[in-house]
Design a protein. Structure first.
Length: 123
C-alpha cells in the first residue's frame, strides 16, 4: 500500500483500519495521521514518516501493528516522543525518540507478531 490508500474501514471508535494479506503500509510526504491507526496483515509491517503527517500539539497518537511477520518503522521529527509496546519473539526495539520532558506529541506503537521489531529514528 502506498500513501494514497485510504483505510479499509473506520471503526465505530474512530480507528482507521488497514488490512492486507501480503504487503505492508507505507506513509510519507504530506498526509494526515489518524488518532488511532491499526494495521493487520499476515506478512507485512508499517513504515511511517511522521515529519509531514500533520500531527497536532498536545495529542497522543496510537499505531497498532498485528502480523505474523513484519515490524514497525517510524521516522519522527523533533518534539515527538515514541513509546513502543507489544510482544514479538524475534526483533529488537530501537527507539531514538523515547519519551522525554517537554515533548508535546506522543506516539504509542503497539507491535504484535512473531518476527519484526520496532525501529524509531529522528529526522
Amino acid at each position: 500500500m502506498d500513501h494514497t490508500d485510504s483505510p479499509a474501514f473506520t471503526g465505530r471508535d474512530g480507528a482507521a483500519w488497514y488490512i492486507s494479506i501480503l504487503g505492508g503500509l507505507k506513509r510519507r510526504g504530506g498526509w494526515k495521521m489518524p488518532q488511532d491507526l491499526r494495521f493487520v496483515s499476515l506478512l507485512g509491517g508499517v513504515n511511517l514518516d511522521l515529519s509531514g503527517a500533520g500531527l497536532e500539539a498536545g495529542q497522543t497518537y496510537w499505531v497498532t501493528k498485528i502480523s505474523l511477520v513484519g515490524g514497525a518503522s517510524l521516522q519522527v521529527p523533533d518534539g515527538v516522543s515514541v513509546v513502543a509496546e507489544g510482544f514479538r519473539i524475534f526483533g529488537p526495539v530501537r527507539n531514538a525518540a523515547p519519551v522525554r520532558g517537554g515533548d508535546e506529541i506522543v506516539v504509542r506503537v503497539r507491535c504484535f507478531g512473531l518476527v519484526g521489531g520496532v525501529h524509531v529514528e529522528r529526522v
